[in-house]
Design a protein around this ligand. Sequence first.
Ligand code: ARG
Length: 468
Amino acid sequence: MTDDTPDKISANAMWGGRFATGPDAIMEAINASIGFDRRLAKQDIEGSRAHAAMLAATGIITDRDAEAIREGLLTVLSEIESGDFAFSTALEDIHMNVEARLRALIGEAAGRLHTARSRNDQVALDFRMWVRGQCDQAMAGLEALMRSLLAQAEAGADWVMPGFTHLQVAQPVTWGHHMLAYVEMFARDRARFRDARARMNECPLGAAALAGTSFPINREMTARALGFDRPMANSLDAVSDRDFALEFLAAAGITAMHLSRLSEELVIWSSAQFRFVTLSDRFSTGSSIMPQKKNPDAAELIRAKIGRILGAMVALFTVMKGLPLAYSKDMQEDKEQVFDAADSLALSLAAMTGMVADMTANRDALEAAAGAGFSTATDLADWLVRVLGLPFREAHHVTGELVALAERKGCDLPDLSLDDMKSVCAGITEAVFEVLGVHNSVASRTSYGGTAPDQVRARIAEWKEALE
Ligand code: ARG
């Protein structure tokens, strides 16, 4: 709720000493950020409480005033959280809305809170804490997703399916291996958020407007109270960079790209032509006209979310580029898209986690498809090298001729007779048929990181331990 009419408190009360009139309505509209930065209320109040405690500890304000401020801020927070707070556009932003309400609650002492501080370091702090919290959420969301992928991998560690390149059948792989590929990707995504979080975990509070302050503040104290590793070392940098939000968006963008690829596979796999997976009713929708349809809408929406997440990153890069030091009001435009990107990411992660946990992989359909499309042709070529001693290039050529023969006959490679085989390459023996089966094919891929069920099970065990 935004309530500007009754007893309009203008921003003049905060900064209007030199102003003869209040702002034009349009000026107020373009200037105000309260419509969106109210999402920083919790961080704003936490930061202000730490600041007040520090001001008292250093003797800059009295303990009595600090106590009144800290208590009053808790009241403001509970009003905001319960929805009882009347946000005012005239008060521009969350910082001045909170302070004005604090003054109404505790009187004059509220005016001492802003000592040795500016909205510039205040907003830099609030936003940094908010983004830091989102890094934690993203890591938790990624872990949940990794767990549901691991459960799928474990259930079908040795199930065979076609592996694709160019979306053409390439070689058989195991279902567990395919699931684990995503576990690896999402683990790197998680590490990116962890790295970004570690780098952003320095506190800008105390940088004041841009130059620091002449008051004897204790920046170590506020940094520690707010969970930071240390205060930021340069006040100009502290109030003027938003690289932490860009790093968050970059990590979110890469995660969204991975989610989009998995979504695309689920869309393909759940089609009637593939039937590799059945998505649960809980994560599908119907069609209003075609009664038979069950659509993978969640997967499609996740596939698309990268658009807004990357859009947010481009928007913030564009806002920041070319800005001279230190703070400029341009930087108020840093928040909305980051909020939207973080919401989109959290929702995508939750939906993907549920969809993966609920889906059923159709073992028979996977296996039937695994053998189609001459998927063991490489195994045949490798056999010709290993057993008959052919150079690989020649083995490749012989195999190509056998594939062409099978194609002419309308059958798969294992369906060719030994005589068919010998007609192309006289040295081939009965033993070749062993490597043409898909189970033998995947079992033979025992190189580290390969698709053999034993490799897959070992990696699953490692991940389960790592996620304990
Ligand atoms: N609402 C502002 C923002 O989001 C807060 C900082 C205002 N600072 C200033 N010098 N006007 O950036």
